[in-house]
Ligand binder design. Sequence first.
Ligand SMILES: Cc1cc2nc3c(=O)[nH]c(=O)nc-3n(C[C@H](O)[C@H](O)[C@H](O)COP(=O)(O)O)c2cc1C
Length: 263
Amino acid sequence: MDFPVQRWRDAVKIRHSIRTYNQQPLVGNIKERLLKFIAQANTEVNGVRAEFIDDGGSKVIQSIIASYGFIQGVRSYIAFIVDKNDRHCYEKIGYLGEMCILEATSLGLASCWISGTFKPKLVEDQLSIGFSEKVVAITPVGYSSNKQSIIEKLMKKIAGSHQRKPLEELCPDYNQHWPIWIKDAVCLARLAPSAVNRQPWRFIVSEDAKEIKITLDKLSDIESKRLDCGIAMLHIEIAALINNIQGGWNYLNKPDIAVYVKK
Ligand SMILES: Cc1cc2nc3c(=O)[nH]c(=O)nc-3n(C[C@H](O)[C@H](O)[C@H](O)COP(=O)(O)O)c2cc1C
């Protein structure tokens, strides 16, 4: 599949987590377009998959404040499912899930990655799940209610959702003379969402400026940070492709996650 990179780059820039929805079904042909996209996207990445559930979101969202966040009025959602036997399933589901989220954004839908404040068992009741599969996250897809709950406003303030770490912290060797595609890639990766906005990634650029490596800030909570890094991987690739830089990802061992190598 050809990635619609311009649309996704624009989506990266406007997307923010929305936690208050108005329970409305998807309008017009949006549901069909999203279903078609998910079916295509699922063939792009093996060992993980996404599944759209039209109605049922209100049951699977935790109704009390749990780890953080408070999500209301959800109807439709996408479940993100991994095959536990795949060594890189967390990076892959971050990457595939972000494809779905950016596509949903460009279709005018609100979304929010949710890995903590949902009930995986109830999601599994609403879809058919294989023996080695596990639901690791979901996102609502729908329309934002104009009224943000007080809790949503508070959570945004606490999580500092709109803020990102300075580029110099994320790229310890930041160099003004890097090629444009590298600078664009790290800037777009910097905007990636992450659980509790922790931004657990560091970007290391090779001396010949042909590779961007993603490495972890700390060796804690590794599985879920690998998911965050999968999201940043997609953002790097979008920027590379916009600059006509073809390349591919190689997975690495911790604390490194993966390296994008220019062809
Ligand atoms: C993998 C992942 C899991 C997340 N889980 C939750 C969650 O359980 N509850 C919640 O309210 N927000 C959750 N978020 C949303 C983050 O808090 C949010 O993306 C971050 O604060 C950045 O804000 P933004 O998405 O508005 O840019 C999650 C985000 C990611 C990427």
